[in-house]
Design a protein around this ligand. Structure first.
Ligand code: TYM
Length: 329
């Protein structure tokens, strides 16, 4: 069975970008693939979180993973820092990556701009750690959102380069997996690019109906279409993206026709989006409450998951050591 792996950084609660871009695929894939999902706490160190916050942040994501429907019996869930084997592979992969190509990664350039006083080597080698996360399980598929495309390209390059240098066919080239037919970028509702924690434009899985509705009703729009069948400006296309991912095809078509004949009322459109999002989020929110309360179970799930992940990573690392020419310890 093909292997699947993916992770999310524990830097706050899961938002709809994480859900529709990644976690929804995790849940759909767990029945058909050999999946493992993790919480990327090492990756969150690039911004130096407080030691006391890490455990709580990790448990938060764990409870949210479970609430979204990941079944740890089918798909073990682990914490990245529990699997030290990853670091060994990270080192080997770094030896095969070049400064120039790492500096060209868009997310690196963005971060370097956002935090000019903290352009650390971890930021630069973020893609190689991500490659190690994936390649240590020799995963074939990785469910991610559009923003991870460049990191995934680096992961494939790491796999190819290792195979070429050592003349082996050891690492498969991991492919991006999308729930729908193409890469998904869940937009922000403030008219600015993607939904993301650093931009403060998120709807969270923990938000109650009132908060969700308020956020949707405040979404940026324009003065409305004046010509039939005109192209939608970005802020309106963003609202239609929500209809596409959260509502039925009929509902999408209904509003699309209203747009095309210029009779659309944005208030109605937003009400519909809010209602459909609430219907998806409300049951997840309730389950988050339940799972969060039982920290002993959360910790046990993470321990069990780490055991499976370590075994899988160790098998890969042993083989990598043999290929490189090291002793197996
Ligand atoms: P992170 O923590 O920023 O986001 C987690 C996942 O959510 C997706 N996502 C989105 N998808 C669509 N639209 C959005 N607005 C949106 N916002 C977030 C991301 O694409 C991602 O799939 N580097 C990764 C974590 C990571 C990882 C890995 C992922 C570390 N190692 C190995 C896969 C495999 C990250 O920072 O994701």
């Amino acid at each position: 069975m093909e292997k699947v792996v993916s992770g999310i950084r524990p830097t706050g609660n899961l938002h709809l970008g994480n859900y529709f871009g990644a976690v929804k695929s995790f849940v759909a894939m767990q029945d058909q693939y050999q999946c493992m999902f993790f919480i990327a706490d090492w990756h969150s160190l690039t911004t130096h979180p407080k030691p006391g916050d890490i455990q709580n942040s990790v448990r938060t994501i764990l409870a949210e993973y479970l609430a979204c429907g990941i079944d740890p019996v089918k798909a073990p869930i682990y914490v990245q820092s529990d699997v030290r084997e990853t670091l060994e592979l990270y080192l080997y992969l770094n030896m095969n990556c070049y400064l120039g190509e790492l500096e060209r990664v868009t997310t690196f350039k963005e971060k370097a701009r956002q935090q000019p006083d903290n352009v650390n080597a971890g930021l630069l080698t973020y893609p190689t750690l991500m490659a190690a996360d994936i390649l240590q399980h020799r995963a074939a598929k990785v469910p991610v959102g559009k923003d991870q495309e460049q990191n995934m390209e680096m992961a494939r390059r790491c796999a190819r380069r290792f195979n070429n240098i050592y003349g082996v066919e050891f690492f498969p080239e991991p492919q991006n997996f999308y729930f729908s037919d193409k890469a998904l970028k869940v937009p922000g509702l403030d008219g600015s690019g993607k939904m993301g924690k650093s931009t403060g434009n998120c709807i969270y899985l923990r938000d109650d109906d009132k908060t969700i509705t308020k956020k949707v009703m405040k979404a940026v729009t324009d003065s409305g279409p004046t010509e039939p069948n005109s192209e939608k400006p970005e802020v309106i296309e963003n609202l239609f993206t929500f209809l596409r991912i959260a509502s039925t095809p009929d509902t999408y078509q209904y509003f699309d026709e209203k747009w095309n004949d210029c009779s659309i009322r944005y208030g109605d459109l937003k009400k519909q989006i809010a209602q459909d999002l609430c219907a998806i989020v409300a049951p997840i929110r309730e389950r988050i409450e339940q799972f969060s309360a039982d920290t002993a179970t959360l910790d046990r799930i993470a321990r069990d998951g780490a055991e499976v992940a370590r075994q899988s990573a160790r098998a890969t690392i042993d083989e990598v050591r043999r290929i490189i020419g090291f002793r197996i310890i």
